[in-house]
Design a binder for this molecule. Structure first.
Ligand SMILES: Cc1cc2nc3c(=O)[nH]c(=O)nc-3n(C[C@H](O)[C@H](O)[C@H](O)COP(=O)(O)OP(=O)(O)OC[C@H]3O[C@@H](n4cnc5c(N)ncnc54)[C@H](O)[C@@H]3O)c2cc1C
Ligand SMILES: NC(=O)C1=CN([C@@H]2O[C@H](COP(=O)(O)OP(=O)(O)OC[C@H]3O[C@@H](n4cnc5c(N)ncnc54)[C@H](O)[C@@H]3O)[C@@H](O)[C@H]2O)C=CC1
Length: 497
């Protein structure tokens, strides 16, 4: 890339562009799943495509397998930039961090110089929204580097506090053994971001089992991650994804010891010195405080725990900051770059996909955005199609995957499938629930309105995903079946397929 003569900044408003600033038809920012999929899917083979990745690795998806029309499994690999470039000959891949966007002149400034675009797709992902981010005893999980730090600290830890009740916290609590875990959640029940209280009760019993006794079925077939020591890159890498925790087999003790503190938040953190200086009565009530710890956590219910460190698994914030300087992007409520049904942001010729964007179109009734690997892939692929269609004046239609929310994952050792409005989202509590559950085997919940299925949670090997997907998409009137719909003696799979 040295062949580009360096252009330079006078001020953020005044870029001097040298004559040979390279023009690319498409530029994609971000080497995560959204960016890489976008680059791979650009079918414009004669065009110049540039992918800028802040890190030495990009995330690539392989072996995509459709479980149903909307549910998919895939493998994820961290690949070097060269591997991606050799796989996609029309894509130039450059390690470069973008630090300024001049949308008026369609130029981006990066650590590797200036680049001009016809169409730009921002796929810069999201950053963990960390509580007490400056405290050295508060860790988070996002990329390979953050997992490396976590592994280092957990090796000698006796007790940690995990804050948050979403995907990361749920997976981490389940994966850890040989260390005492205090799980502090805002909600009444575990994993409330994804599942209801009934499903949470079903899953929770897994925490009481010993880790060694369980067969380790991976969420996807393979996740290859590069944990090589030595590389110390401050740039935030792409989000980890399926099976990121498989490398956390650190402790030989397979006992889980989890205390769930529900309906609490963190009130304060204390260093050992600050804690010594606290002379309040309630500190003495907690036996755990007799030991000396690197940090102390006070919860809003008054309980105080000493621990080795805290993991903040408290959601993400879209990575937009760099792009907002001097650019009047319209933002979604969650701070993402608002995109329309063509994945276009509010600034012309700029598209966005994946965790960085907020779906701003009139979404299908059974679909909503969740910052997930699967949606990053789908949005990246669709954004590529939209950019190409815009330049070639072709008409395209919104991909079918945006018709219905669908997610397959694994929580607490069980396969979990979420379809449509699985928690009654958008239904203003006006729905009925049909439920079938068999302890340690399956949990099936259907959300029904006027006899029509709106969503479903399937935990365990139920084999109902295809049937239920069809029922949600077709909106067939099922009133005549009533509760028989989930009667185990009725083979509804055959009936409705
Ligand atoms: C621990 C963990 C487990 C997860 N598990 C699952 C799961 O099981 N299933 C699931 O569906 N989802 C899962 N997710 C969520 C999923 O990983 C993300 O939603 C998805 O990877 C987002 O992809 P992305 O490409 O939008 O963003 P990212 O993967 O964050 O990629 C963004 C890229 O942009 C680069 N970048 C940022 N700013 C700049 C800049 N200014 N210049 C150049 N480059 C820049 C970053 O370095 C990064 O490479 C998980 C997330 C985490 C953190
Ligand atoms: N299996 C899967 O599908 C997985 C998906 N992911 C995805 O990765 C991303 C990051 O994961 P998470 O950090 O777990 O985000 P999340 O959005 O899934 O969960 C965030 C949790 O933090 C809680 N929270 C927020 N602020 C808080 C505060 N101040 N104090 C206490 N609790 C607070 C929320 O109530 C919520 O329970 C998400 O987009 C998630 O969907 C992550 C892991 C696994």
């Amino acid at each position: 890339m040295n062949k580009y003569k360096y252009s330079y900044f006078v001020s953020t408003h005044d870029i001097i562009v040298m004559e040979d600033t390279k023009l690319f038809k498409y530029i994609i920012i971000g080497g995560g799943i959204a960016g890489v999929t976008c680059a791979e899917q650009l079918i414009d083979e004669d065009s110049s495509i540039l992918l800028l990745s802040a890190t030495d690795f990009v995330k690539t998806v392989t072996n995509v397998q459709f479980v149903t029309k909307t549910l998919e499994y895939f493998d994820v690999q961290e690949s070097s930039l060269n591997i991606l470039a050799s796989r996609c000959p029309n894509v130039t891949v450059v390690k470069s961090y973008v630090n300024y966007l001049d949308s008026k002149n369609k130029i981006i400034n990066s650590t590797n110089g200036l680049f001009k675009y016809e169409k730009l797709c921002i796929c810069s992902g999201a950053t963990p929204k960390v509580i007490f981010p400056k405290n050295p005893n508060v860790l988070w999980i996002r990329d390979t580097e953050s997992v490396r730090k976590f592994r280092k600290r957990i090796a000698n830890a006796k007790r940690i506090v995990i804050v948050g009740n979403g995907g990361i916290a749920t997976e981490l609590v389940y994966e850890l053994s040989g260390v005492e875990v205090i799980w502090a959640i805002k909600d009444k029940t575990i994993n409330a971001v994804f599942i209801d209280g009934g499903a949470a009760a079903f899953l929770k019993s897994s925490l009481e089992k010993e880790k060694a006794n369980e067969e380790h079925i991976s969420k996807r077939r393979k996740y290859t991650v590069n944990f090589s020591e030595g590389e110390n890159n401050d740039a935030l890498g792409g989000a980890l994804g399926p099976d990121w925790h498989l490398g956390l087999e650190i402790k030989s003790d397979k006992h889980r010891k989890v205390t769930i503190e529900s309906q609490v938040q963190i009130k304060a953190l204390y260093s050992p010195e600050e804690f010594e200086n606290r002379k309040t009565d309630n500190t003495d009530q907690n036996i755990t405080l007799k030991e000396k710890w690197p940090i102390y956590v006070e919860l809003t219910n008054g309980n105080i725990y000493g621990c080795d460190f805290i993991v903040s698994a408290t959601g993400v914030i879209p990575n937009t900051e760099v792009f907002l300087k001097d650019n009047n992007f319209e933002l979604g409520k969650d701070g993402g770059l608002l995109v329309n049904d063509r994945m276009e942001t509010s600034i012309s010729n700029i598209y966005a996909a994946g965790d960085v964007c907020s779906a701003g179109w009139n979404v299908a009734h059974h679909w909503f955005q969740y910052r997930l690997w699967t949606q990053a892939r789908q949005m990246g692929a669709y954004a590529a199609k939209c950019m190409w269609a815009s330049l070639s004046h072709e008409e395209i239609y919104m991909d079918f995957c945006f018709e219905m929310f669908a997610h397959v994952t694994k929580f607490m050792g069980y396969k979990v499938i979420l379809l449509g409005l699985f928690n009654g989202q958008k239904l203003n509590k006006k729905y009925e629930i049909l439920l079938r559950t068999t302890k340690d085997k399956e949990y099936i919940k259907c959300v029904m309105v006027d006899g029509k299925m709106q969503g479903a949670i399937l935990i365990g090997e139920t084999d109902l995903e295809e049937t239920f997907e069809n029922l949600i998409l077709n909106q067939m009137d099922l009133s005549s079946y009533g509760e028989d719909l989930l009667d185990p003696s009725v083979d509804i799979e055959d009936y409705f397929d």
